[in-house]
Design a protein around this ligand. Structure first.
Ligand SMILES: Cc1cc2nc3c(=O)[nH]c(=O)nc-3n(C[C@H](O)[C@H](O)[C@H](O)COP(=O)(O)OP(=O)(O)OC[C@H]3O[C@@H](n4cnc5c(N)ncnc54)[C@H](O)[C@@H]3O)c2cc1C
Length: 322
């Protein structure tokens, strides 16, 4: 039985794994891969300590850091399929094997909601973007469209307003949602910088090697229209990968795992959670790492309290299976 199983291979899991490894907690890291969501981003500019780093380099560095910890067993080609509570901990079943642990950290991340229209998938990273904090500077002096009406769409417009020449904001409903403060910031933008298009449904993203435009159905005019833009920011929310644990820990109405933000622990005090799968409002790499660390430190204290903690006396004893 492991003291701790960490599920995931993104920044949240990496933060948890490095701290668990340093504490010589007998730990299993179980993940499909070490590809966090921003692996596809060509240029990350807010990873603290690096002015600019590609998403691929960032995930490789995180993986290397994890694999170099004594005391960790890493299985990086396994998808977790089921988790069950047992008398003295948890049983985790992957597509390859079954494992038991006393405690657990859930860090399976999330995925951005997609428009699911033609052209979106093919042009992702080529003008179709999901994260303005990350990609807004790449659209300096260009015309872009933001799809969505809530806070994340409003924040996307605010981020882009420092770079883009003209922003179209396209919403399905007849008005903006989100916080009044964000709405005011957006509504205060001059008309030549922002055009709000309501009651519109995206039909397709166009372009060959780069985005060149977007077509939408205008419900009021009852016709299809086209915008000439080089960027399409999709900000219609994200979906946490929390289906696995719906019977195990409390989630909010969006399916995010509710954590105590002081400890990183969930409604089950032997389960921590971190990163985009949680109700943390900021879905960011640095914050995911910090969340993983917080959960690992809390569970370390908890394992000590449980008097079941049996650290490997020598790092080599824990080193097998990497
Ligand atoms: C295109 C894009 C660009 C971004 N750019 C930036 C940026 O520039 N700066 C920034 O701070 N943030 C950025 N973000 C946000 C950032 O990527 C996320 O906040 C961060 O990746 C969350 O980390 P995480 O560890 O919680 O989850 P994820 O990164 O989603 O990682 C989850 C991990 O868990 C694994 N996993 C999932 N389910 C299972 C399972 N059942 N079994 C086993 N393993 C599983 C996955 O394979 C993956 O390895 C960007 C996001 C996107 C989509």
């Amino acid at each position: 039985m492991y003291d701790l199983i960490i599920i995931g291979g993104g920044p949240a899991a990496a933060g948890a794994a490095v701290y668990a490894g340093r504490a010589l907690i007998s730990t299993l890291v179980l993940t499909k891969d070490f590809q966090g969501q921003s692996t596809i981003s060509p240029d990350i500019r807010n990873w603290i300590g690096e002015v600019s780093i590609s998403g691929m380099d960032l995930s490789e560095k995180l993986e290397e850091h994890v694999r170099n910890q004594p005391g960790l067993t890493v299985k990086s080609d396994e998808q977790v399929k089921r988790i069950e509570k047992t008398a003295d901990g948890y049983q985790v079943e992957s597509d390859k094997d079954s494992y038991t642990s006393r405690t657990m950290i859930l860090a399976p991340g999330g995925r951005r909601k997609r428009l699911q229209v033609p052209g979106e998938e093919e042009l992702e990273g080529l003008g179709v973007a999901y994260c303005a904090t990350c990609d807004a500077p790449l659209f300096e002096d260009e015309d872009v469209v933001v799809v969505g009406a809530g806070n994340s769409a409003l924040e996307t417009v605010i981020d882009l307003s420092g770079y883009a020449r003209k922003i179209y904001m396209l919403t399905r409903g007849d008005r903006l949602k989100g916080d009044p403060v964000n709405r005011k910031k957006v509504e205060d933008l001059p008309e030549d910088r922002l055009t709000l298009i309501t009651e519109a449904t995206v039909r397709a993203v166009q372009g060959q090697d780069r985005v060149q435009g977007l077509t939408y159905y205008d419900k009021k005019a009852q016709e299809e229209k086209k915008l000439e833009v080089s960027g399409v920011f999709v900000a219609i929310g994200s979906v946490p990968n929390s289906g696995l644990v719906q019977q195990l820990v409390d989630r909010n109405e969006d399916g995010e795992i509710i954590v105590d933000h002081k400890t990183g622990l969930t409604s089950d005090p032997n389960i921590g959670a971190a990163g985009d799968v949680t109700d943390d409002p900021f879905k960011q790499n640095n914050i995911a790492v910090a969340g993983g660390i917080r959960a690992a430190l809390s569970l370390y204290s908890r394992l000590l309290q449980m008097k079941k903690y049996s650290p490997c006396s020598e790092p080599e004893d824990c080193d097998e299976g990497r």
